[in-house]
Write a protein that binds this ligand. Structure first.
Ligand code: ADP
Ligand code: MG
Length: 489
């Protein structure tokens, strides 16, 4: 079984156990303990004051924005928020860590508990419990692949604030891990505490993986996979490792505790180091920073400043009658959800509002790779369009077609006035409609015969012709009735 081939039957005898650590880089303007800017992509080593460089005699100063971000995330996941927050030094030597230690939180993380909900293999809701969230700082960045002989070091990142989020070993599949990460990314973006971009390293995750025979309580030996650059690769590395562990155990071997990386091009993990040489970080209290005290009042202030959360909006939209697909698309990004929110301030036709968002508006955005804030038509005007269609004044086709185009040209106009001006007000006058119906039937006499012989599906053809003749102005409900009647004659 050398090549990790594991049959489904064998796989079913085992249970994967997975825990995830995420590092979220916060989008604060300045670093965690200095006023150095944090902007991504600046020239190497240009955002490095003596504090970031760890020069002797410099002192850290705590950036409150980091605290605010931690509290917001804690509230969003329902964690307990600590009152007295101490900082600790985690000591290790590495060239991109000029101080020789990282300032972090050891025994007193700002948040304990809380959870993120995912769906298990049967589609049932399942909680992924969080162990802790703590505040810390980033190290510098080492590049091993730019210069062929040397490792290059950029200390711009040294001291950028991070939140580390650690889960309980609650995941049972790569799919659950994928959902969790997607939700976490969406959450930090909603809360506007991080851009959540994996490519730029704003969201980095380490995945701990083990397997155990079903029914066994004791966890198996775990490996840790680092440097994962996409959620799909997280899922793939889990699937790969789970199969490898099972094959190894079935072969009479033993999993050893190792740190691995995932080689995405080969779809395999690779050994980074054996865990035997486990570090002793000699944690001790950071003497240069006072503990940060979180008062109830601050927590309440943060709570009041929070946007609606994606899961709350999702539940609300489901309750308003949208299906799961629409509700989840609408809540994918905060900006889309908020635009939808402002449409439904003016209409109760939620389904139509969702259709506008996912249809014409989304297409407009996609064609231009534009952001919703660039969309020119006000939400209230979209609601006006919905009303025009609901009242039978404008056809859905005309509303999404010519009228939508006209509004894009002059977004400050009223939809009704433009419809009038563009001659798009729907014809529901029976006499006028009948003329178009007669013309449509006259154009295809042979099809009329076929219809009479039983080919009822042909009504679509005649309706299409009526819409064409009327330039989309025929009220489709009435026209359809007239077509039917005329054919039955
Ligand atoms: P470390 O200090 O080595 O990082 P932690 O105790 O902080 O270890 O755990 C790190 C992560 O590993 C957590 O998300 C935890 O849930 C997970 N974990 C712990 N034991 C196991 C195991 N046997 N299998 C899979 N994941 C595990
Ligand atoms: Mg850890």
């Amino acid at each position: 079984m050398a090549n990790n081939d594991v049959s489904a039957a064998l796989r079913a005898q085992y249970e994967p156990v997975i825990g995830i650590e995420i590092h979220v880089q916060l989008n604060t303007a300045s670093k965690a303990y200095s006023s150095d800017p944090t902007e991504y992509g600046a020239s190497p080593n240009t955002q490095t004051s003596p504090v970031s460089l760890g020069h002797p005699g410099t002192l850290p100063m705590f950036n409150e924005s980091q605290l605010h971000a931690a509290i917001k995330l804690g509230l969003a996941v329902g964690a307990e928020i600590r009152e007295v927050n101490e900082f600790a030094r985690k000591n290790y030597f590495y060239a991109d860590l000029p101080k020789g230690y990282q300032i972090t939180q050891d025994k007193t993380p700002i948040c304990n508990g809380g959870f993120i909900e995912v769906k298990d293999a049967d589609g049932n809701p399942k909680r992924i419990n969080l162990t802790r969230i703590h505040m810390e700082e980033d190290s510098g960045k080492s590049s091993h692949d730019i210069d062929p002989f040397n490792t290059l070091i950029d200390l711009n990142r040294a001291g950028v604030p991070l939140l580390e989020i650690v889960t309980e070993p609650d995941f049972r599949s790569g799919e659950e891990a994928y959902q969790y990460l997607t939700e976490m990314q969406r959450l930090v973006r909603y809360l506007d505490i991080s851009d959540g971009n994996m490519e730029e390293g704003s969201l980095r995750c380490d995945v701990n993986i083990s397997v155990r025979k079903k029914g066994v309580e004791k966890f198996g030996t775990r490996v840790e996979v680092k440097n994962l650059n996409s959620f799909r690769n997280v899922q793939k590395s889990i699937d790969y490792e789970v199969n490898r562990h099972i094959a190894l155990i079935e072969d009479g071997g033993k999993v050893t505790q190792q740190t691995l990386t995932f080689d995405a091009s080969r779809g395999k993990t690779q050994l980074l180091r054996d865990k035997e040489e486990a570090h002793d970080y000699r944690y001790f209290n950071e003497p240069d920073l006072q503990p940060v005290i979180v008062k109830e009042e601050l927590i309440e202030r943060m709570r009041a400043s929070m946007p609606p959360l994606p899961k709350e909006l999702f539940a609300k939209y489901r309750k308003q009658g949208l299906n799961e697909y629409d509700a989840s698309l609408l809540t994918d990004s905060k900006e889309i959800a908020l635009f939808y929110e402002s449409i439904i301030e003016h209409t109760k036709n939620y389904k139509a509002a969702a259709n506008w968002m996912m249809g014409s508006i989304k297409s407009w955005l996609n064609e231009r790779a534009a952001h919703i804030r660039e969309f020119p038509i006000p939400a209230a005007t979209i609601a006006e369009l919905i009303k025009l269609v609901d009242d039978g004044k404008v056809s859905n086709t005309a509303a999404n077609g010519e009228l939508f185009k006209a509004l894009l040209e002059s977004p400050e106009s009223s939809a009704a006035a433009l419809a009038e001006e563009k001659n798009l007000i729907q014809e529901s006058d029976a006499g006028e409609l009948q003329t178009w119906v007669d013309a449509a039937l006259a154009k295809y006499p042979d099809k009329v015969e076929e219809y009479k012989a039983g080919k009822k599906g042909l009504t679509g053809l005649f309706m299409g012709e009526v819409m064409k003749l009327s330039r989309g102005k025929a009220d489709p409900k009435m026209a359809s009735k007239l077509v039917q009647q005329s054919l039955e004659k």
